[in-house]
Each structure stands twice: as structure tokens, then as C-alpha cells.
Design a protein around this ligand. Structure first.
Ligand code: ATR
Length: 272
């Protein structure tokens, strides 16, 4: 079997080995996918050693996505602006290529799995860290009418608006603090790490209307703190990030194997 792995620190709770082994059995691809914990200061060595022993491809997770991006010889266009990579492989010339499938994973989950057409929507994105930077390009490519980035540290949201201005096209792109927006949005995407600590961004309840859909890039066995808040304010639907996790994995699998796994059954299995 061809060898693949996910690298992170910590890594023991990663669902990626399970997801990729489900993809492998479903498609009949000869894929052996494991999890590797790299030392905090030893990511590059771990990657070099993996490819030196014949490894075919890596997924990269916290806290190494920026280092994966930096160490690549070449980057896919969609990974360039993301400033982070979750997928590494060697091309036919032996060059280390970095890609980022997180944004495509989010957009696939929203559109294909949940039936949302982002074109013309009024979207609020919460957070301005690495996770948000990684998904802005693919969201903007779907041509929402307006995309507002709200963050605790407004300067970081401002910086993302400046960075992605050339990809905005007709989309109105703006930055602000959490308290500022008061009108309802069609879609609110939580990309802060606040919910990991059970914290809520201090949004005005009026950003949630009866047609508002919320999406938390986090997932958990129970409804996330943010999604529960939004439902309590009357949101029409609350979606967590499990589908995004499976879709970004599917996109990596496609890059490595040239085969598209079916994601719906895998999402269902993980839900159980
Ligand atoms: P990630 O890779 O998860 O994006 P990050 O780059 O450290 O990690 O970014 C974390 C994001 O969550 C940031 O937008 C951060 O806000 P600041 O830029 O103001 O630091 C946001 N965040 C983290 N904890 C938060 C909290 N308790 N309340 C609100 N926002 C929070």
C-alpha cells in the first residue's frame, strides 16, 4: 500500500486516519494512512523523514500548517494566499508541493451537502486567524454580495480585507469588531477558536434573522456553543464543521489518488 499520514501535535484525537481508511475501502485504493505526532520543534525533520522512507502524501494540522506552507518548493495557487497548507506531496520532479483544501472543503460542505448557493449572499465571518485566512479565497470565488469579517482584534480583520481585496470582484468586503454589525446576515461562519473554550463572540442578537444559517467550523458530539446561541436567537439552521473535515480530506484524497470518494456515507458513519 502507498503510505500517507496526518502530522500534528497533539494528533491522537485526529479523525483523519478513520476518514481516509473509509475512503480507501470505498474506492479500492491501496492507501495506508496513519497519524504522526511531530515534536513542536521538529516538523520539517518529520516531513523529510516521511518522504525519505517513501511516503506519498501528508495532511498537516495544528500547529504546523504555516510551516508546511513555508517549507514547500511549490504551492498550489489556492494555497498561496492562505499562508498555510494542510496537504503536502511530491510531484513527478520530486518537488515538495503544498496545497490547502480547507476552503474548498468548507465550500463543498455548504453547497453540495447543505444546498446553499453562496452567490449573492450577505455573509459574516467571525475571526481573522489562520483558519479564516485559509477559507476566504474559496468563499469569495462563489461571489457573495457582501462579506464582512468581524474579529476581536479589528486590525487583523482589516489586514485580511487588504490581503483579499484583489479577489473580491463585485463582493463588498469589509472588516469590523464583533459588536458593530446589527443587521441580519444570510450566513454566519464562526472561524474563531473561541468555542474551544466555550466562549462566545459578543455579537448583537439582531445579526440572527429567521432565515439566517450559521456554520461553526468546529464540531463536537453536542451542538457547539456558538450554534446553540444562534439557534436560541432564532437561526433557521446551524451546521457544524464535521462535513468540512470530511470534504477537505476528500479533496486531499483526490489530489493524491485522482479519485473522488463519496463523502455522504463517511459523514454519516462519523456522526454515529
Ligand atoms: P486558528 O488557526 O484557529 O485560526 P489563530 O490564528 O490563533 O488560530 O486565530 C484564532 C482566532 O480566534 C482569532 O480570530 C482570535 O481573535 P484575535 O485575532 O482577536 O486573537 C479568535 N479568538 C480566540 N479566542 C477568542 C475568544 N475567546 N473570543 C473571541 N475570539 C477569539
Amino acid at each position: 500500500d502507498d503510505l500517507y499520514a496526518v502530522v500534528g501535535n497533539p494528533i491522537s484525537h485526529s479523525k483523519s486516519p478513520k476518514i481516509h481508511s473509509l475512503f480507501a475501502s470505498q474506492t479500492g485504493e491501496a492507501v495506508d494512512y496513519t497519524a504522526i505526532q511531530a515534536p513542536e520543534d521538529g516538523f520539517r525533520e518529520t516531513v523529510s523523514e516521511f518522504f525519505a522512507r517513501g511516503g506519498k502524501g501528508l495532511n498537516v494540522t495544528v500547529p504546523f500548517k504555516e510551516q508546511a506552507w513555508a517549507m514547500a518548493d511549490r504551492r498550489a495557487a489556492r494555497a498561496e494566499k492562505a499562508g498555510a497548507a494542510n496537504t503536502l506531496y511530491r510531484d513527478s520532479d520530486g518537488q515538495l508541493v503544498a496545497d490547502n483544501t480547507d476552503g474548498q472543503g468548507l465550500v463543498s460542505d455548504l453547497t453540495a451537502n447543505h444546498g446553499l448557493d453562496l452567490a449573492g449572499l450577505n455573509i459574516l465571518v467571525l475571526g481573522a486567524g489562520g483558519a479564516v485566512r485559509g477559507v476566504l479565497g474559496p468563499i469569495l470565488s462563489r461571489r457573495p454580495a457582501r462579506l464582512v469579517i468581524a474579529n476581536r482584534t479589528v486590525a487583523k480583520a482589516d489586514a485580511l480585507v487588504a490581503l483579499f481585496a484583489d479577489e473580491a470582484g463585485d463582493t463588498e468586503l469589509a472588516a469590523c469588531g464583533f459588536e458593530q454589525p446589527t443587521q441580519p446576515f444570510d450566513l454566519i461562519i464562526n472561524g474563531t477558536s473561541a468555542s474551544l473554550k466555550g466562549d462566545l463572540p459578543p455579537l448583537a442578537p439582531s445579526v440572527i434573522g429567521s432565515d439566517t444559517v450559521v456554520y461553526d467550523m468546529m464540531y463536537s458530539a453536542t451542538t457547539t456553543t456558538f450554534n446553540q446561541w444562534a439557534l436560541d436567537q432564532g437561526a433557521s439552521r446551524a451546521i457544524d464543521g464535521l462535513g468540512m473535515l470530511v470534504e477537505q480530506a476528500a479533496e486531499s484524497f483526490r489530489i493524491w489518488r485522482g479519485v473522488s470518494p463519496q463523502t455522504d456515507a463517511v459523514i454519516k458513519t462519523l456522526r454515529e
